[in-house]
Design a protein around this ligand. Structure first.
Ligand code: UN1
Length: 485
């Protein structure tokens, strides 16, 4: 005779008021009756609810840590009986043992997690407070965007801002501050101080009443700022160099990769921290892609940015062009071939600007200076590899880690590379540039110091977390000690 199981009501195992039962059979063997279970009626429910109300009154006043302890013991007992319960569950429900064991394990995990949640036994909250005057030092390449990345979250958090834009782009900074004032920002909340980094930037960073500093620029300057901020215990966000690579695998959509690399390498005349300055190409598609690339690069139109027909504008200044010229020379000396570009454009009308041709260096090998150092101009180094593993190694073997990109149609390869590419940002089937405001922006290694701009992470940076505990028990509850009622 199969066993008659009972209800558990008001602290007891009891038979249903109805006296009726139903059979529970093994779905894999309908001759196997597991037991007979109560076919209960509304009376049973009413009694159960009345009892549960008393239970609630008691349990809701039991401190959460004690509730957690009980759940912890439940988890431990589930561990002990895991196998028995899994077997009983398979017999009744039918799914295979590996699955019913997993089912029990999920219960164990849930119990142990609930236990730790029970530590929250005081009413508590955390909220954010502004820090003070934020010193913002910004580069020339995104004259509006980068100041806003820093300024808007800083202001939203309640800080005042002291803004020093790059010497090459003071006018955009001026226009931005005018807009802030026109929008109603109280005038003393923003300060704009133009000038040189070595004077104005330095004075800001060293000022004791500027407790938070955000800098985007070179790794060299970032290191100096970091030393000062470290010494003065200031909060500092650094966004520095990059040597970003696009990897193109042999299964990639080459037309897509071609559009991507042209935009990544020569957009903004290569003057982005995120610029694609290395193209790591699988040997099976290398020659084809490089031919197409040089052909397209040669046809890019240089000119003033205000001319609608221009693809590539000038570099920011003479020093920037000299640096690019220097590096192309270094590349030649290292044995790279200049497949296209490699000089100033001859076209009339460009003599008075800091123009430089989009340049492709081929035959670049890992470890060459043009492969390792940030050039910040329209120069792309092409490195040939034989596998994704090699491509990832080459990508990672630089001191920077801002952005990376992988072109492939292999979803498994893409997901593996997302984890292995040692950069703060990875694009799949898109170039290394193009970060958006709602996601965290920043890099690893010498690119940054662990902070992020953008997303909600930046709000962390511009605020201090305040935690408040309110103990309403009317008696001292010593944390971690008074765990009993
Ligand atoms: C930079 O070059 O410092 O992701 C910023 C991008 C741009 C920002 C670049 N949205 O390329």
């Amino acid at each position: 005779m199969p066993e008659n199981f009972k209800n558990f009501i008001a602290g007891e195992w009891v038979a249903p008021r109805t006296g009726a039962y139903f059979e529970n059979r093994n779905p894999a063997d309908s001759d196997d009756v597991i037991g007979c279970f109560p076919r209960s009626g509304p009376d049973d429910v009413t009694r159960a609810v009345a009892s549960a109300q008393r239970g609630f009154a008691q349990w809701s006043r039991t401190p959460a840590p004690i509730r957690g302890e009980v759940l912890h013991r439940v988890g431990d007992l589930l561990v002990q009986r895991k196998e028995d319960i899994a077997r009983a569950m398979t017999r009744e429900m039918g799914k295979v043992l590996a699955e019913t064991r997993g089912d029990v394990q999920e219960g164990i995990d849930t119990a142990h997690y609930a236990h730790t949640e029970g530590r929250r036994n005081k009413w508590a909250m955390s909220f954010r407070r502004p820090i003070g005057v934020a010193g913002l030092i910004t580069p020339f390449n995104f004259p509006l965007a980068i100041p806003t990345w820093k300024m808007f979250p800083a202001l939203l958090c309640g800080n005042a801002v002291l803004f020093k834009p790059a010497e090459d782009v003071p006018h955009t900074a001026h226009l931005l501050v005018e807009i802030l004032l026109e929008a109603g920002l109280p005038p003393e909340v923003v300060q704009l101080v133009h000038g040189e980094g070595s004077v104005v930037g330095k004075a800001m960073v060293e000022h004791p009443e500027v407790p938070v500093v955000s800098f985007t620029g070179s790794t060299e300057t970032g290191s100096i700022i970091g030393a000062t901020c470290g010494r003065m215990h200031k909060r500092l966000s650094l966004e520095m160099g990059g040597k970003n690579a696009m990897i193109v695998m042999d299964d990639a959509d080459l037309d897509l990769a071609l559009d991507g690399v042209l935009w990544g390498a020569f957009g903004t005349t290569g003057q982005r921290c995120t610029a694609t300055s290395r193209l790591i190409v699988h040997e099976r598609v290398h020659d084809r892609l490089v031919t197409l690339l040089c052909d397209r690069a040669e046809r890019m139109r240089l000119g003033p940015g205000l001319d609608a027909k221009t693809d590539v504008g000038p570099l920011i200044n003479e020093d920037a062009r000299k640096k690019v010229e220097y590096y192309v020379g270094v590349g030649r000396d290292e044995g790279a071939q200049v497949l296209t570009g490699g000089g100033r454009p001859a076209a009339k009308g460009l003599e008075r600007g800091w123009f430089y041709q989009p340049t492709v260096l081929a035959g670049v090998r890992a470890g060459m200076r043009v492969e390792q150092e940030e050039i910040f101009g329209p120069v792309l180094s092409v490195i040939k590899v034989g596998s994704l593993d090699e491509a990832v190694r080459v990508n990672n073997d630089v001191k920077y880690g801002l952005s990376s990109s992988l072109y492939t149609r292999d979803v498994n390869a893409a997901f593996r590379a997302m984890g292995e590419l040692d950069t703060g940002i990875t694009y799949v089937n898109a170039p290394t540039i193009g970060a958006e405001a709602h996601l965290p922006f920043g890099g690893v290694k010498q690119t940054g110091n662990g902070h992020r701009e953008g997303g909600w992470e930046v709000y962390d940076f511009y605020s201090e977390t305040k935690v408040v505990y309110v103990d309403f028990s009317g008696k001292l509850q010593r944390a971690q000690i008074d765990t009993e009622t």
